[in-house]
Design a protein around this ligand. Structure first.
Ligand code: ADP
Length: 480
């Protein structure tokens, strides 16, 4: 199959490809060219109710399949993804903009999550507990939570679904999914994949359209027992408030403001390599991208110089062009916001060392930018940049670095570079984050728990812990 075979301009509800009831559609554009590449249905509350009812009905039998059956289906799904890796990656780049190599990586990551959960499906163990009563026995079992609603963002339109659909399919949950409006096709492609594998109608449902209507129904409909969301902290808060009335389980992967500390004793070349990988992945549009670089005074100038030189070499262009490592930003709003961070920094004494504005290619392309003399008054000290701008702050002591790194309401990922073993332990324990990279700038893998503390979220995805979010514990007391 090629990418066009996966591009569906319909919603996937109860095993059928359907338009919105009103017939209304939304345009989808290619961020590299601004061209409209197609439309998707503009669905709302009514279609969401229908999808939830279909998922509820499908749950009756799907929740009773054996772990072995579910594992086998997930292995088929993994194979279907890998057999079509290139086509799915092309579709992803066309709607999202990231370089093809990154899209291939993302689709590979989606497959890796599915394979991981095919393995975990067979390891959902219960427990027996020594009874305090002679004639009673105590058992603990795990059961699927029920219908799961998932809302996903545009920066990883395939793998964020894999992290949610994977554990749902592994445990016997059914799901209703709403992808971001900017990147719906990579999500709808999961409907094509589900059909290929032969999942029964209603096990996976995918809707595009009004975020507030679809999200509103998902969070308030009593049939939905869990809501899993990846996106911004403000939207996550809305969803948690809405889900409170029916006391749903929630998993929230929200915003970050990742610090990246470089100590005097760091391997500088390795730190620069890590900084480039961490900052510029997906043109800075990931929630674990380094947002604030803190370099210790002794190596500050050397780090800035090497980092800026490496940043200047990154090739910007359409993700489908050979050798491009920096694609366009997702939309005009993102470009304007990124420009705003640079203007604010310049007004407050920041110095552009490389880049500094829109790229000469025009459109939504932005130059990889390094800003020296960053200070705490600048907006990026508090806010997530989500673009290819790297501010470098200066610090003197380890204690100061930890204090600055923790001075945020976010707590998703953080990174630091040091060759001192004692410091590696001290600092990793002191940083209030869900994920820490020591001498490593990219650390995500399906085998480790992804998630944050503080306002960066609740719950973990991937790893042996991720499956628990889709299971309810049941205590059974047997008296005889
Ligand atoms: P981003 O800044 O990455 O676009 P958002 O949190 O705005 O993050 O979007 C992430 C996902 O949440 C998208 O699928 C978006 O459509 C959806 N979304 C946005 N607003 C709402 C809302 N009020 N209710 C439910 N979903 C929403």
């Amino acid at each position: 199959m090629n990418w066009a075979d996966f591009k569906r301009e319909a919603n996937f509800i109860d095993g059928a490809w359907v338009p919105a009831d009103s017939g209304a559609t939304i345009d989808v554009t290619n961020p590299a060219t601004g061209e409209v590449i197609g439309t998707v249905p503009d669905a709302g509350t009514v279609e969401t109710k229908r999808a939830i009812a279909a998922a509820d009905q499908a749950f009756e039998s799907f929740s009773r399949t054996t772990a072995d059956e579910r594992a086998k289906m997930l292995r088929k799904l993994h194979a279907a993804i890998m057999d079509n890796q290139r086509a799915l990656a092309e579709l992803l780049t066309i709607e999202q903009g990231k370089p093809l190599a990154e899209s291939m990586g993302e689709v590979g990551m989606s497959a890796a999550y599915i394979l991981w959960f095919s393995e975990e499906a067979r390891r959902v163990y219960g427990d027996t507990i020594p009874s305090p009563w002679g004639e009673r026995r105590i058992l603990v079992t795990k059961q699927p939570v029920g219908v799961v609603a998932a809302i996903t963002p545009w920066n990883f339109p395939s793998s964020m679904l894999a992290r949610k659909i994977g554990p749902a399919l592994a445990t016997g949950c059914t799901s209703v999914v709403k992808p971001a409006t900017q990147t719906p096709y990579s999500a709808l492609a999961w409907g094509v994949l589900a059909e290929k594998v032969g999942y029964p109608a209603g096990v996976v449902n995918i809707l595009t359209g009004s975020a507030s209507q679809i999200g509103g129904e998902m969070t308030t409909n009593p049939t939905v027992r869990k809501i899993t969301f990846t996106g911004s902290t403000p939207v996550g808060k809305i969803l948690m408030k809405q889900a409170a009335d029916t006391v749903k389980r929630v998993s929230m992967e929200l915003g970050g403001n990742a610090p990246f500390l470089i100590f005097d004793d760091a391997d500088l070349n390795k730190a620069v390599e890590g900084a480039i990988a961490s900052k510029y992945r997906n043109s800075g549009q990931t929630c674990v991208c380094a947002n604030r670089f803190y370099a210790q005074a002794g190596i500050y100038d050397a780090f800035v110089e090497k980092f800026a030189a490496a940043s200047a070499k990154l090739k910007v262009g359409s993700g489908l062009e050979e050798g491009v490592v920096q694609g366009p930003l997702i939309d005009d709003k993102a470009v304007a916001k990124t420009e705003g961070f640079v203007a604010d920094a310049l007004a407050k004494g920041g110095k552009v060392v490389t880049g500094g504005g829109r790229h000469e290619r025009g459109g939504q392309f932005f130059q990889p930018t390094v800003i020296a003399n960053a200070s705490n008054e600048m907006n990026f000290a508090r806010e997530e940049i989500f673009g290819p701008v790297a501010p470098v702050f200066r610090f003197e002591t380890e204690e100061e670095a930890v204090r600055l790194a923790n001075d945020t309401e976010f707590g998703l990922a953080c990174y630091f570079y040091t060759r001192d073993l004692g410091r590696a332990f001290r600092v990793s324990e002191a940083l209030r984050y869900g994920q820490v990279g020591i001498n490593a700038g990219v650390i995500t893998t399906e085998v480790a728990p992804f998630g944050g503390v503080k306002e960066s979220g609740i719950g973990r995805e991937g790893s042996k812990y991720g499956i628990e979010e889709y299971l309810d514990m049941k205590y059974v007391c047997l008296s005889f």
